[in-house]
Design a protein around this ligand. Structure first.
Ligand code: PMP
Length: 450
């Protein structure tokens, strides 16, 4: 009898005992191809000798030194690398204030979002605008499970049980071409129209009340790797700037190379004021997250309160930072970003070939090794499956039986329920493993839909 408390209370889970590259092996010896990396975490696979050695070395020398008293070489060097790789603003005026040149380390994604929300609020206070007390985010988004992150997250059913504890936040429609782009509307026109939903919401609530707009650069868990339309985030940036509203991008899932660029927003030509990362930053070797903070916000708080009213005991944990640093070194030394782009194309071609005409696959989308498929009962009408079928849970179970770990989810947006499967294999995935992935996914879909 287990005394461990899992989220899925009713279903016993296999016991994972080891990892080898793209595979997890359970206590019966069964091998699972890990095509989701947990949820986009294990970007280097499961047994990277260099990362393991770096963590061990740090554990041997000094596992932990509280950041209230010390900095560490691993933390400093990791921050230097992240700042050097962060996207740069184009114009001279923005360059000074917008440059992401400070890093605040935490232990995961929710903590990163929580820290970003508080940094944004504190920056408003420190620039003398206490009336800004509201965040705007998007429906169908996931930003974490702590109360602040949950408040900005878009899934109404996740928020509901915790009202009225959550802080006030308003939500607009996500940029979701498959369901929201009009027939005949160009991608560029759709991107601008989707962004204008922010302007409308600002007019409704009053710009003077808004702290920041929060969005995932590429929507992960709740929609299944939905990238923004072209021009969407540039227009969002303009709207935020016009109203003195900060832009927080959540790249907890889509960042750290998942899309083929270390920072996903680099592809969209936009630099946020605060950028949240986690998952692939520690790559599963250690719990690690961070907020990259613009010079403008840092300077405002330094010149104001002079003290960030936040903190966690394990912030900047030395062994976690050593692991994160080793991950960054591996990505650079092994030239993994071009590889992610190449293997991402190979994956999307295979998915197109296998599922492009599948009667129940409505959409295939994604960037790099961050791909998603949306399942519909009727392709023409884009009718979602009846939620009572629990299709996503069935796909997950059938995939596990077939020896494949993928990430199926179901969600509701404006009353429409959609089932999707998210795929996020490790950056080291081989072509033959992409074939295995596609075969097993097809098998799992057939079994779940039978
Ligand atoms: N933001 C996004 C976009 C995420 O996908 C997640 C995790 N799924 C989080 C935040 C929260 O991260 P964590 O589970 O590490 O707290």
């Amino acid at each position: 009898m287990t005394h461990v408390f899992h989220r899925q209370l009713k279903s016993p889970l296999p016991v994972a005992v080891s990892g080898q590259g793209a595979y997890i092996i359970d206590s019966t010896g069964k091998r699972y191809l890990d095509a989701s990396g947990g949820a986009a975490v294990s970007c280097l696979g499961h047994s990277d000798a260099e990362v393991v050695a770096a963590v061990k070395a740090q554990l041997d020398s000094l596992p932990f030194a509280h950041t209230g008293f010390f900095t560490t070489e691993a933390m400093e060097e990791l921050a230097d690398r992240l700042v050097a790789a962060a996207p740069r603003p184009a114009g001279e005026a923005a360059a000074r204030t917008r440059t992401l040149d400070k890093v605040y380390f935490v232990s995961g994604g929710s903590e990163a979002v929580e820290a970003a929300l508080k940094l944004a609020r504190q920056a408003c206070l420190d620039r003398g605008e206490p009336g800004r007390d509201l965040f705007i985010a998007r429906r169908q988004s996931y930003h974490g499970n702590t109360l602040g992150a949950l408040a900005v997250g878009g899934n109404a059913w996740r928020r509901e049980p915790f009202q009225p504890l959550l802080m006030p936040a308003e939500h607009i429609a996500p940029c979701y071409a498959y369901r929201e782009q009009l027939a005949g509307e160009s991608d560029a026109d759709y991107g601008l129209r989707a962004a204008d939903a922010l302007e409308e919401k600002i007019q409704e609530v009053g710009a003077h009340r808004v702290i920041a707009f929060v969005a995932e650069t590429v929507v992960g868990a709740t929609l299944g790797a939905v990238p923004p339309a072209p021009g969407y985030f540039r227009r969002i940036r303009d709207i935020c700037d016009r109203h003195g509203i900060l832009l927080i991008l959540d790249e907890v899932m889509s960042g750290m190379g998942r899309t083929g660029h270390l920072f996903a927003c680099a592809e969209d030509g936009v630099v946020p004021d605060l950028l949240c990362i986690a998952k692939g930053l520690g790559a599963g070797y250690q719990p690690l997250g961070a907020v990259l903070c613009s010079a403008g916000i840092y300077d405002t708080i330094q010149g104001g309160t002079g003290y960030f009213q936040h903190g966690h005991t394990y912030s900047g944990h030395a062994a976690a930072c050593a692991g994160g640093l080793a991950v960054q070194k591996a990505i650079a030394a092994r030239d993994l970003m071009p590889r992610v782009r190449k293997m991402g194309t190979a994956l999307s071609e295979r998915l197109q070939a296998r599922f492009g005409n599948h009667p129940f696959v409505g959409d295939l989308r994604g960037r790099g090794l961050f791909q998603g498929m949306e399942l519909v009962a009727d392709r023409g009408a884009k009718t979602p499956f009846d939620p009572s079928l629990k299709l996503n849970a069935r796909i997950k179970a059938r995939a596990m039986e077939a020896g494949l770990i993928c990430y199926p989810m179901g969600g509701t947006i404006d009353g429409v329920r959609g089932d999707h499967v998210l795929l996020a294999p490790p950056f080291i995935v081989e072509e033959a493993q992409l074939d295995e992935l596609t075969d097993k996914l097809a098998q799992a879909l057939d079994a779940a839909l039978a």
